[in-house]
Write a protein that binds this ligand. Sequence first.
Ligand code: ASP
Length: 360
Amino acid sequence: MKKIIPFILVFLFCFACKEANNSSDLSKVETEKEAKIEQPEFAIVIHGGAGTILKKNMTPEREAAYKAKLEEAIRVGYDILINGGSSLDAVEKTINVMEDSPLFNAGKGAVFTNAETNELDASIMDGRTLNAGASAGTTTVRNPINLARAVMEKSEHVMLSGKGAETFAEEQGLQIVAPDYFYTENRYNALKRIKDKEKTELDHDGKTAFYDPFIKDSKYGTVGCAALDKNGNLTAGTSTGGMTNKRYGRIGDAPIIGSGTYANNATCAVSSTGWGEYFIRAQIAHDISAMMEYKDVSLEEAAKEVIQNKLTNLGGTGGIIAVDKHGNMVMEFNTAGMYRATMDDKGELRIGIYEKHQTN
Ligand code: ASP
C-alpha cells in the first residue's frame, strides 16, 4: 500500500491541475462570449433616399459617385463619434455632406416645385432630451439641417416655416444663399418632364412626381442619418427638397417629428425616406420607437412590422434607417433599393444601393 501512495498523490495533483486549467478555459470562453455580446461604443447609419433604384438603369460612373459620396458623408460622422463627439454633431455634419451634393434631393440637389422654386424641409431630434427642431419650406438656407438644429437649440419652438424660418436663420448667422443656388439642370428637367406628362395624361396619379433623371426611374432622394454616441445618446436627422412638382406649400414627412424623424434614448433613432404623405399618416418613425417602448420588441422586428406591414398595407413606399440604444442598426425598405451605409465602432463600413441583402 505504501508503495502506491506516491502514485495516488501524483494522480491527484495532475487531476487538480487539469481542473484548474479547465475552469480557466471556461472563464476564457465566458469572457469571449461577453466580449461578443458587448455592445458597440457607437454606431452610425445613413440613407440617401429609397426608390426604384435598379442596377440596369445605373451607369458604373454614377454608382461609383453615389458610393463615394455616401462613404465621404458617413466618415465625417464616424470621425466625430470615434473622437468622443456627440451624435448631434455627427448627424448634422454627415447630413451637410449630402446636402452639399447635387446627387441627393436635399440642399443643393433639391427638386423643383410646380412654381419652379426649391422649398426645403428638415428636422433633427435629440434622443436624450426629446427636444426637436424642424424647418419647412425654406428657399434661401443653404443647409436646412443646421436650421433645424438652431430651431431646436436656440428657439422656444419646434418647427418654423417659410419666411419666418429664413429670418430666424439669418439672425442665427446661418449660411444664406440666393434661391438659384439650388438650381440644377437635372432637377429642372425632371420638373419639365412631369409637367409635360401632366398635360398629356389626364389620369396622372402623382407617382411620377418622384421621377429621378439620375436613375431613370422614381426615387425619394431625401437624406438622413441616425447615430449613437459614446455617451449613449441617440440622434436622428432628415433633410429633403420634398417631391418634384409639389404645390400649395406642400410639406412632407421629413420635418414632421414622429414621421420623418424620431429619437429617444430609451429606444432608437429613426430617419425616413419615402412617399411623405403615407409616412405622416402612419407616423412611421415614432411607431417604430413606440413598438420598442411599449411592446419591448427589437428594433429589427419593429422596423419590419412598420415598413413591411403597416406602411405597405396603407399603400405607401419607402424606407427607414435606424440605430437602437445598443448600437444595432437596421435599414428597412419596401422599394427596390435605398442608398444606404453603416459604420460601427470597429470602423467597418457597409454600403448598399440595391435590394436588401445585397451590399452593393
Ligand atoms: N419623404 C420625402 C417627402 O415626401 C421625399 C423623399 O423621401 O425623398 O417629402
